[in-house]
Ligand binder design. Structure first.
Ligand code: PLP
Length: 362
């Protein structure tokens, strides 16, 4: 096998090796089928089993009640920025948005094209270095829904728990931490996530939506943008992203084999602690972006004394076999994304590299 390096990319991101190996092995022909998953009808029995198996594993992993639909859509999480307000925000209504980073800002912008969106809280003044506290949220009890971003991929902050929103439906963009730890789906009216971090490859978007939300969609919505279409047709209204769903199916099987969300959550917390401890223990050589209490277990952001030193760090890391560490172009610095499939050994190797780099450059 070609040697793999440690891939710290923010997304698309590292996938479990057993998933890649099985996909590679069966790419020419699925066992007993004689054709690859890329070549069979999405209405075939084989694909039906893949789709239903994927949904069943997702429901099992997160204990999703029967009162929720599980949908496999296209258009990325970005299309959900539009579909959520198009379906859930009634004419004359208003939705609350909690703004904790660039993706929340994009979500607000799209909601404003559809109707009224209120900012219930924002930590922009502090360069999105933290998650707002409950007492800072100025929530409208009549809001159509409250939208928040569970993990801020670009700034490396994560909600330690969901905001309390009373009886108002809660909508979460969980693109970068879905299934990284246990999740109580019943707290949400709708959860969405682009697959390309913890679920599989890009091209498929998971939506988990409570049945009662479906009644809100206006009748004149374009068919493809109406959740009811995909709920009614079980994500088979049109040709779905078959390969993405297939890889997601294998990834969910892998996640169950790891022991499910409790077990992966413990492992993710352990991995993140190793990295944050190394940052905190470096004096001021490595400077964390996120404040304690808001730190993400998925995306670990830090800065060095200068952009020049950060450039050197990224280049030296690349030469040492660590890819994807350059921070998002909008914030700079270093970002280590350590999603579910990222191995603990990779985190330990990075920490050893960081120590060495500090000794040489401190
Ligand atoms: C939290 C979050 N929301 C939304 C998106 C946009 O996702 P997509 O590229 O699937 O539209 C991303 C992408 O990285 C993200 O991290």
């Amino acid at each position: 096998m070609t040697e793999r390096i440690f891939n710290f990319a923010a997304g698309p991101a590292v996938l479990p090796e057993p998933v890649l190996a099985e996909a590679q092995r069966d790419l020419m022909a699925l066992p007993g089928v004689g054709m690859s998953v890329l070549e069979i009808s999405h209405r075939s029995k084989t694909f039906d089993e893949i789709l239903n198996g994927c949904e069943a594993d997702i429901r099992r992993l997160a204990a999703i009640p029967d009162s929720y639909r599980v949908l496999f859509l296209q258009g990325g999480a970005s299309l959900q920025f539009s579909m959520v307000p198009m379906n859930l925000l009634p004419p004359g209504g208003s939705a609350d948005y909690i703004v904790t980073g660039a993706w929340s800002q994009k979500a607000v912008k799209e909601a404003e094209r559809v109707g009224a969106a209120r900012i219930a809280a924002s930590t922009e003044a502090e360069n999105f270095s933290r998650i707002p506290e409950q007492k800072e949220l100025r929530l409208d009890p009549r809001a159509a829904y409250v939208h928040f971003t569970t993990n801020n991929t670009i700034f490396g902050t994560q909600w330690p728990r969901e905001p309390e929103v009373g009886a108002v439906p809660l909508v979460g963009d969980a693109s970068s931490d879905i299934f990284s730890r246990p999740i109580d789906v019943t707290r949400y009216a709708l959860i969405y996530a682009g697959a390309q971090k913890n679920l599989g490859p890009s091209g498929v978007t998971l939506v988990i939506v409570r049945d009662d939300m479906l009644a809100r969609s206006p009748k004149n919505l374009p068919t493809m943008l109406d959740y009811n279409t995909h709920a009614r047709e079980k994500s088979l209204y049109n040709t779905p992203p078959v390969f993405g769903i297939y890889i997601m199916r294998l990834t969910m099987k892998w996640l169950l084999a790891q022991g499910g969300l409790e077990a992966i959550g413990r492992r993710n917390a352990e991995k993140a602690k190793i990295l944050y401890d190394a940052i905190d223990g470096s004096g001021t050589f490595y400077r964390p972006h996120a404040r304690p209490g808001s730190r993400s277990s998925m995306n670990v952001n830090f800065r060095l004394a200068s952009e020049e030193l950060e450039k050197q760090f990224v280049a030296a890391a690349r030469a040492a076999g660590f890819d994807g560490l350059k921070g998002h172009r909008s914030v700079g610095g270093i970002r280590a994304s350590i999603y579910n499939a990222f191995p603990k050994e990779g985190v330990e190797a990075l920490v050893a590299f960081m120590k060495d780099f500090r000794q040489k450059n401190g």
